[in-house]
Design a protein around this ligand. Structure first.
Ligand SMILES: [Zn+2]
Length: 116
C-alpha cells in the first residue's frame, strides 16, 4: 500500500498501490461544487477497505461515472467509471487522502464543463 484515503467519519476508506503524482482540478458542475482534486487510477491498484454498504451513489448526465459518497458524513473519497479510452477507472479525490502533501502533486486544470 502506497497511500490511504478516507471520509471524515471513517466509514469509507481505501488504499492505493501507487502514490499519485498528478491530479485534475475540473470545472464541471459537480467537481467545482465539491472542490474535487482527482487522480485517476486503474481499479486493480485500488482497494476499498470498508463495506460498500457505507456508500451512497449519485449519477447524472450520461451516468457513466458513479459518484460515491459516505452515507454518514457526506465526504466523497472516490468515484468509479469509464475513462475516455473505454477502460474502467477509479477517480480518487486526493483531498480525502491521509498523510498526503497536496503540494507534491502536479495539478492540471480540466475543462469538464464544456464536455458534459
Ligand atoms: Zn463518513
Amino acid at each position: 500500500m502506497a497511500m490511504r484515503g478516507s471520509c471524515q467519519c471513517g466509514a469509507v476508506a481505501y488504499s492505493l498501490d501507487d502514490r499519485p503524482t498528478q491530479a485534475i482540478e475540473c470545472n464541471c458542475s459537480i467537481c467545482r461544487r465539491k472542490a474535487h482534486l482527482l487522480a485517476f487510477v486503474s481499479p486493480d491498484k485500488f482497494t476499498l477497505e470498508t463495506p460498500r454498504s457505507a456508500l451512497s451513489v449519485y449519477t447524472f448526465g450520461r451516468h457513466v461515472i458513479r459518484h460515491q459518497f459516505c452515507s454518514t458524513c457526506g465526504c466523497a473519497p472516490f468515484a468509479e467509471g469509464v475513462g475516455p479510452d473505454g477502460k474502467a477507472m477509479v477517480a480518487v479525490n486526493l483531498r480525502c487522502a491521509e498523510d498526503f502533501d497536496l503540494s507534491t502533486v502536479k495539478v492540471l486544470p480540466y475543462d469538464g464543463a464544456s464536455k458534459l
